[in-house]
Design a protein around this ligand. Structure first.
Ligand SMILES: Nc1ncnc2c1ncn2[C@@H]1O[C@H](COP(=O)(O)OP(=O)(O)OP(=O)(O)O)[C@@H](O)[C@H]1O
Length: 265
């Protein structure tokens, strides 16, 4: 013990482990992975006790269980691992542009133009997590984000009204870069029973990425903003504008950029 030295590399070591544990716990908080983790912990405890008390057969069985442990962990936590990797693989170009007042206005007007027509819609706003892998399920396009464009996509008679549109920010505000995109669905238990697949798709994508999703309900005629796997309250246009502004400016994490969004000098 006397020869033990605590150096800068130990501080870095402990800090990195603490950060990894913190993000892991944050990632699995409130998910079924917590129950699975408790189950795994119980198996480990039983194995340790079998070793201490010399229970040969139990130790043998659990020893074989642990030889396949890594495979079991990957299978059990595949959803969480996928979500973590997608979040780590952030899009380095996405945060290069500022959401302008025009983008916020256009998003809000587009969503409520669907409400006024009694149509449903899903508008995904890409943030740091790249969503290009989802484009394959839909149709790539390059159109300005405007109420008439969004209406022409989500009109129930239009061939591309099913699925979601994806909006990317650019120097002029934002562009619709894909339509008719299929999103991953959240677990059926993630939402109250009166919400259907449109809302489940919004929650599903926001569980595995940092995208913001505006859901316009065809049935109820209300608008929700979905972020980090949580479906917020129904919002009016002012509330939606405020919520988008908050979420997009917190993503940029730069005070000065909110000036651009509000348009105030
Ligand atoms: N995986 C998915 N990805 C993207 N969009 C989807 C997905 N699944 C369903 N949708 C969209 O949701 C529509 C069906 O919505 P549904 O009525 O089942 O859900 P809902 O949540 O009750 O919505 P609403 O309140 O608008 O009725 C489909 O026509 C399709 O456009």
């Amino acid at each position: 013990m006397s020869g033990w030295q605590f150096g800068i590399s130990d501080v870095v070591d402990i800090t990195v482990v603490a950060i990894v544990v913190y993000f892991f716990l944050r990632l699995i908080r409130g998910t079924r992975a917590v129950q699975m983790l408790i189950g795994v912990a119980m198996v480990v405890i039983v194995y340790q006790m079998a070793q201490v008390f010399g229970l040969f057969t139990v130790e043998w069985i659990f020893g074989h269980f642990f030889s396949a442990f890594m495979v079991i962990l990957v299978v059990l936590f595949q959803q969480e691992i996928r979500r973590a990797l997608v979040r780590v693989a952030v899009n380095p170009l996405a945060s290069g542009s500022t959401p302008t007042v025009t983008l916020l206005d256009e998003l809000v007007e587009s969503a409520f133009s669907l409400v006024h027509r009694g149509w449903g819609g899903l508008i995904v706003i890409e943030r740091d997590t790249g969503l290009r892998h989802l484009f394959e399920s839909g149709v790539e396009m390059n159109a300005p984000i405007r109420p008439d464009v969004i209406q022409s996509i989500f009109c129930p008679d239009a061939p591309m009204h099913d699925g979601a549109v994806i909006v990317c920010r650019d120097s002029r505000g934002g562009r619709v870069v894909a339509a008719r995109v299929l999103l991953p669905l959240a677990q059926i238990t993630a939402l109250p029973g009166d919400f259907g697949t449109r809302h489940r798709a919004a929650v599903g994508l926001s569980e595995e990425s940092d995208a913001l999703v505006i859901v316009v309900s065809e049935e109820r005629g209300d608008v929700h903003l979905v972020e980090e796997g949580a479906l917020g309250e129904a919002l009016n246009s002012r509330e939606l504008h405020k919520a988008l502004e908050n979420s997009l400016s917190s993503m940029l994490n730069m005070q000065g950029k909110s000036t651009d969004m509000t348009g105030k000098a």
